[in-house]
Design a protein around this ligand. Structure first.
Ligand SMILES: [Zn+2]
Length: 495
């Protein structure tokens, strides 16, 4: 008779709190961590972690896997980089709640980027039940996305909501919060979220606040008006009385490089006066989004200067996918803007694009911030998605811990575990502590590496030896097991 289900020995325990790593063992039974430190008894399974770090499973706070966790419940692109919890519903975009008008809108525009789905649910609670029924390999926590609420309530109208429309949004958000959502997310550069004024967002954030939820935002501008947009997000949190998460914080476009020198102090000032503002960031100088949205946003100009790659298209895969916009323009013998218009037309506005619009100095500055956590912003599209979908966590450990040191190992792990768990009300996870859920990753700090590239993004990170979700081994030595032990997580509930 074994004493424990699983014992991991001789590892370097990096507990997620940022405390100094220490040699030790860890025991798991019934999906929970039952002992950390010195272990006497035997495990049914014994793992030797000599030379490896043992950390809480990584929490990816910024994903767009809302449909993917159901369509592709193995979520190999998450599990294989050590991610055990996926936060979906970001940027005001997602899959629930859904009425017929929203289903048609999703199919036409968002499906090709987030993954096709018939959206066979109406409410957020029903969507959560569908996630549970799909048994994904990783845990899932979710925001209620504002753009989705707005489309359900008033379609793509470019105006403030009427009283009844706002009330409809409030009710749907209330339903989502009761189902266990972590808060409200917005995407204020995308239709239809961009049509909302601040007062609409405050009114809704108050509903999230009444449940202890947070306000997560892809803010209104990440370039010329970055500081104003950061200010708006902070003020929404302040007025509504809830925490704020500023998504994928960046200064986009060469003329705005260095602006994080001003945005980070703005956030620090807000924190100093008691607003709980935190940020997330991905470790790359390229962003990725909808080509149509970026072109409309007036980044048409950015395409003239910054290199961009068409990541995924619906029809002409050979012709466009994985190619630089410049290359496509040359082949078509068209100016860049005209070439993009043609791609959008040929592909019914569905392509996603990768744009090299950031400066490494800004990325480093944001990652180093004490209140910055790691979020991939990966788009689970077909074609050649931004490599962040596969390599975000390993990239941080490889590049910013080992190769161009910016963070201590303990600090990098904290940004992927206890920091996001605390902010997103993910209870009982993110720290190696007795009684907490056994989401674990065992990796080699000396070899961990992101090997996904822009040309060949679908590659699993190196050096991630074991990934354990709710006590079950989900991946070992670069291979995914069949375990699908992920749970739908409800705000503040340790399950
Ligand atoms: Zn976004």
């Amino acid at each position: 008779m074994a004493d424990y289900d699983l014992v991991i020995r001789h590892g370097l325990i990096v507990d997620g709190t940022g405390a100094p790593a220490r040699q030790g063992a860890l025991a798991v039974s019934d999906g929970r961590i039952v002992a950390v430190g010195a272990i006497d008894g035997r495990g049914e399974t014994e793992l030797d972690a000599e030379g490896h770090a043992v950390a809480p499973g990584f929490i990816d706070v910024h994903t767009h896997d809302d449909a993917a966790v159901i369509r592709d419940p193995r979520v190999d692109f998450k599990i294989m980089q050590g991610v055990t919890t996926d936060v979906v519903g970001n940027c005001g975009a997602g899959v629930a709640p859904a009425n017929d008008a929203f289903r048609a809108y999703y199919a036409a525009g968002m499906g090709p980027i987030l993954g096709e789905s018939d959206l066979p649910w109406s409410t957020t609670a029903e969507y959560f039940a569908a996630v549970e029924a799909a048994r994904p390999a990783c845990n899932v926590a979710a925001y209620v996305p504002h753009g989705v609420l707005r489309y359900n309530a008033m379609g793509g109208e470019r105006r403030p909501p009427g009283d009844a429309e706002l009330q409809r949004m409030r009710e749907q958000l209330d339903e989502g919060m009761r189902a266990g959502a972590i808060g409200l997310s917005t995407g204020l550069v995308y239709a239809p979220g961009a049509f909302a004024r601040t007062d609409e967002l405050v009114a809704l954030a108050k509903v999230a606040a009444s449940y202890g939820g947070i306000y997560g935002s892809h803010i209104r501008d990440e370039s010329a008006r970055l500081l104003e947009a950061v200010g708006e997000a902070i003020s929404i949190g302040e007025q509504a009385g809830c925490g704020v998460q500023i998504s994928h914080h960046k200064a986009a476009g060469a003329q705005y490089f260095g602006m994080t020198k001003q945005s980070l102090p703005l956030i620090a000032e807000a924190r100093a006066r008691g607003v709980d503002v935190t940020i997330d960031v991905y470790p790359y100088v390229a962003s990725s989004s909808s080509l149509a949205a970026m072109f409309r946003l007036g980044r048409g100009a950015a395409f003239e200067t910054a290199p961009a790659i068409i990541a995924s298209v619906k029809y002409n895969k050979e012709r466009y996918e994985g190619k630089y916009v410049r290359e496509i323009a040359a082949e078509l013998d068209l100016p860049i803007g005209e070439a993009i218009r043609k791609v959008l037309q040929d592909e019914e506005n569905t392509p996603s694009v990768i744009m090299f619009i950031m400066d490494e100095a800004d990325v480093r500055r944001v990652i180093a911030d004490d209140h910055a956590m790691i979020g991939s912003d990966g788009l689970p599209s077909e074609g050649k998605p931004h490599p962040r979908l596969y390599g975000t966590m390993a990239a941080v450990l490889e590049k910013y811990v080992r190769e161009e040191p910016l963070l201590a190992l303990e600090e990098a792990v904290r940004k992927m575990t206890s920091l996001p768990a605390g902010k997103h009300r993910i209870a009982g996870r993110g720290i190696l502590r007795e009684g907490w859920q056994a989401d674990l990753v065992i990796f080699d700090p000396a070899t961990v590496a992101d090997v996904a590239t822009y040309a060949e993004p679908r590659q699993y990170s190196r050096g991630i030896d074991y990934v354990i979700v709710n006590g079950e081994v989900a991946a070992e030595h670069g291979r995914q097991t069949g375990a699908r032990a992920g749970k739908m997580l409800r705000r503040g509930v340790a399950t």
